[in-house]
Design a protein around this ligand. Structure first.
Ligand code: UVW
Length: 360
């Protein structure tokens, strides 16, 4: 294991004793869980000084959810209604189906110590049976099934520690659910991904890589001005982004997938709290991107780690789809589509793998 990973509380405590700016950079870098190249971090730090400061985070309780009530476990998937389906269908003009998920394989980049190990027992696994001599293959998969490769973050994935270390009654998730209430070695007893309603909604893709004419850098934040400029360039109208829609960001970082995994894992460009607030104001149901967290890492505010995750997933119940691939959509200049994804309803799981599609 790379010694720069911060794996447990002891590591975090040691890191916290180191000083000032270096300490902050190290903490943020370590939480990324990747082998961080010093140059990449420097680029992120320089960029951080160039952009507007993010709005302050509120530590007020965020529950019960103002729209969906105290017992809700479906979050922004509640926007999926028959009316939303019928409105989404209007975006389907030529019937073309695009796979926007990636292939799952052991060599793909993974966050921290996560694993993806597939084995086919036997060769073949079973048979022959019957006079027709049937034979077959099964697979055995050992992985963080909702948190590797193209991954849909569910509401049990991200929470906020609001009390002392180890106080499970003050580790809070969506709708204020506590670690004490939901934690369990054999699956989460609340907020499991099986509660999420299948997504069939309007998707909008913002190609920030094309806007800038280059791949964005790790630590470089997508601003609202960038999104508005991309919309203008792509002939889109902000008013057309409606409640319950999904929004996607192409940063160019996905080009590193399976080409330079170390750099891919070392940080990433992405959205920050400015865009997160816009998503909340718009009533977005899901964010997604061509990189591994959708949000900018390291965050330009060096005190924050995965702040968009905590603001959108934990506080708002807005979902996140990571490691998407928009190459074919962009080649065809298709920026608005039906986004279709039904998370695998694994009881008590934190998220889902699977094959999301865009239909135009
Ligand atoms: C974390 O789990 C912290 O990040 P992600 O959702 O990007 O995998």
């Amino acid at each position: 294991m790379d010694s720069r990973y911060l794996k447990d509380k002891e590591d975090l405590k040691k890191a916290a004793q180191t000083v000032d700016d270096d300490r902050r950079t190290f903490l943020t870098a370590g939480l990324v869980g990747g082998a961080v190249a010093a140059g990449t971090l420097m680029a992120g730090a320089v960029h951080a000084q160039q952009i507007a400061q993010a709005p302050a985070l509120s530590d007020k309780p965020w529950w019960p959810h103002p729209k969906w009530g105290k017992d809700d476990q479906a979050g922004a998937s509640n926007y999926m209604t028959p009316a939303k389906t019928l409105d989404t269908v209007k975006l389907i003009k030529d019937g073309k189906v695009y796979r926007i998920g990636r292939t799952y394989e052991s060599a793909m980049p993974k966050f921290g110590e996560r694993a993806f190990t597939l084995r086919i027992p036997g060769s073949p696994t079973g048979g022959p049976f019957g006079t027709n001599k049937v034979i077959w293959h099964d697979e055995f998969l050992a992985t963080e099934i909702g948190q590797t490769g193209t991954q849909f973050d569910g509401l049990g994935h991200i929470g906020i520690q609001m009390g002392k270390d180890g106080d499970k009654n003050e580790m809070r998730y969506y709708n204020g659910v506590t670690e004490q209430e939901m934690g369990g070695a054999y699956g989460l007893s609340k907020l499991g991904v099986e509660h999420v309603k299948p997504f069939f909604t309007r998707g909008h893709l913002f190609d920030i890589e094309a806007l800038k004419g280059r791949m964005m850098e790790a630590g470089e934040e997508i601003t609202l001005a960038d999104v508005r400029a991309a919309m203008q360039k792509q002939g889109m109208n902000e008013a057309d982004v409606k409640e319950g829609d999904a929004v996607f960001f192409n940063t160019g970082w996905g080009k590193l997938w399976m080409k330079n995994n170390d750099k891919f894992n070392s940080g990433e460009p992405g959205i920050g709290l400015e865009i997160a607030k816009w998503c909340v104001d718009k009533g977005i149901s899901l964010t997604g991107a061509d990189q591994w967290a959708t949000e900018v890492v390291p965050n330009p505010n060096k005190d924050l780690a995965f702040a968009v995750h905590t603001e959108l997933i934990a506080k708002q119940g807005i979902f996140n789809h990571e490691n998407l691939d928009f190459t074919a959509l962009i080649a065809d200049r298709k920026y608005q589509f039906a986004y279709i994804f039904s998370p695998a309803p694994i009881k008590g799981a934190t998220g889902s793998n699977g094959g999301p599609i865009a239909v135009t």
